[in-house]
Ligand binder design. Structure first.
Ligand SMILES: NC(=O)c1ccc[n+]([C@@H]2O[C@H](COP(=O)([O-])OP(=O)(O)OC[C@H]3O[C@@H](n4cnc5c(N)ncnc54)[C@H](O)[C@@H]3O)[C@@H](O)[C@H]2O)c1
Length: 423
């Protein structure tokens, strides 16, 4: 890989610290600048990670030396910043979500199509064990025709105060009231990534308005979005005829597992998950009308968690609810193809971080599309934005716009063997 990246990382908040070392260690990255409007944060990052500082986002965009930016600002800010960066000719990595309006996402797609710059959204859901499992088994035909799936992202506001306070300060509740469906990509990506080219055509959603957090969720001025819903569930009709239910919960008595597929059913097989147990059923060719049911849980847990599950199940599920295994890889992940520099390095969200940074850097270096490119990401993100509208109108079914497929002459990187370059 001869093409080298000089990267400006924008937003030195709570999340980005897990990624600077990964960018720094990647063989494609030559130099890193960090930038934050809060200068103490920028200074801290520069010292901690041994990287340079740059005065502002605008300065980074104007720099001839910098050819890529990574956006780690608050969730509502990504769309407009990504648009500016692409207009300035920079390759872009963005934290999730892609955008919070359909117009922003449409504009990003237009710009990527026109400029052929790399855009990659760091979607942890794409590399979760269950997403990988369903992708592989669906590609093999184990599931047959897709019928129905369910995925969830539960993140109670009790665990998010510090995140929203980080930039929202005393006003954090105004930001925390962002509609749950503005952040649907963890859940949608897990199901949709199994079915390349498939997208939602219709959505109907219902929101929960009865939360006790009336200081955060409420109509008319309670938050920046006049959003009354702490939890929202959407039902999607897919272009292949399948149906998917996605729930995004921000006030719910649950902690972890937080991002998961609970059901993925096809005409020939079905996968189910609950807490720590993963099961797979397929039709039994020997016994008409019966299925072969297998407990496939071992394939989903890091060794440390699996050992605990076998020894003391109750302790293990308590540990999982407290985040056990969060920094470890899971057996389904193709870690053997990651850059050797990543071995033993900081990781997170169940071993997904390494893949996200490697995908962006490989896409930049090879000129191919990241697996989480704008066309796939639009299909993960837009249904949620329309779903919020549907929920605000009592669940009325609405059409979901689709931005189409990538150009035919722009291949997508192989997420599995990662064999698109000579590394
Ligand atoms: N699983 C996941 O994928 C996952 C998990 C956590 C966070 N995130 C995403 O990561 C992003 C960052 O989250 P966080 O918790 O670090 O937020 P944060 O508020 O702690 O950090 C954001 C930082 O961006 C800075 N910033 C804002 N505008 C800027 C600008 N114009 N120029 C320079 N700096 C600017 C802020 O000052 C702040 O330090 C969010 O979008 C969040 O959705 C994703």
């Amino acid at each position: 890989m001869n093409k080298k990246m000089t990267l400006a990382i924008i937003g030195c908040g709570r999340f980005c610290q897990f990624f600077v070392p990964l960018f720094k260690a990647h063989p494609t990255v030559e130099k890193i600048y960090v930038c934050d409007i809060k200068k103490d944060r920028e200074e801290d990052y520069a010292k901690r990670f041994g990287v340079e500082r740059i005065g502002s986002f605008e300065e980074a965009l104007a720099s001839k030396e910098i050819n890529a930016v990574a956006i780690f600002t608050q969730r509502f800010a990504h769309g407009p910043m990504v648009i500016k960066a692409l207009e300035a000719g920079k390759h872009v990595y963005s934290a999730v979500p892609c955008g919070i309006t359909v117009d922003e996402i449409t504009e990003i797609e237009k710009l990527v199509r026109k400029t052929r710059l790399t855009y990659s959204m760091g979607e942890t859901g794409f590399y979760r064990g269950a997403a990988i499992y369903c992708r592989r088994e669906f590609a093999k035909g184990t599931f047959g025709k897709f019928v129905y799936g369910e995925a969830h992202y539960n993140h109670d506001i009790r665990n998010m105060e510090q995140s929203f306070r980080s930039s929202g300060g005393e006003d954090w509740k105004k930001y925390a009231g962002i509609p749950p469906m503005f952040y649907p990509t963890h859940s949608t990506s897990m199901v949709l990534s199994a079915m390349p080219g498939v997208y939602a055509t219709k959505v109907s959603a219902m929101g929960f308005e009865g939360s006790e957090r009336t200081d955060i969720f409420g109509r008319e001025g309670q938050n920046l979005y006049d959003n009354p819903f702490s939890n929202t569930a959407m039902l999607l009709k897919l272009s292949n005829g399948g149906v998917v239910r996605i729930s995004e919960n921000r006030c719910v008595g649950w902690k972890a597992p937080e991002t998961y597929i609970s059901q993925f059913y096809g005409s020939e097989g079905g996968y189910e998950f609950s807490v720590a147990k993963h099961h797979m059923a397929t039709w039994d060719p020997e016994k008409n009308g019966n299925v072969i049911m297998r407990d496939v849980s071992k394939e989903f847990h890091p060794e440390s968690v699996w050992e605990l599950l076998e020894k003391d199940y109750d302790r293990a599920i308590q540990a999982i609810s407290e985040g056990a295994g969060f920094e470890e890889s899971v057996p389904h992940q193709p870690t053997e193809y990651l850059p050797k520099e990543y071995k033993g390095m900081i990781n997170g969200h169940n071993g997904t971080h390494h893949f996200l940074i490697d995908d962006f850097c490989r896409a930049f270096a090879t000129g191919k599309l990241s697996p989480t490119n704008i066309w796939d990401v639009a299909r993960y993100n837009i249904p949620g934005l329309v779903a919020h509208e549907s929920a605000m109108h009592g669940g009325v079914p609405m059409d979901v716009p689709d931005l189409g497929n990538p150009p035919d002459d722009w291949p997508v990187l192989d997420w599995e063997t990662r064999s698109d370059d000579e590394r």
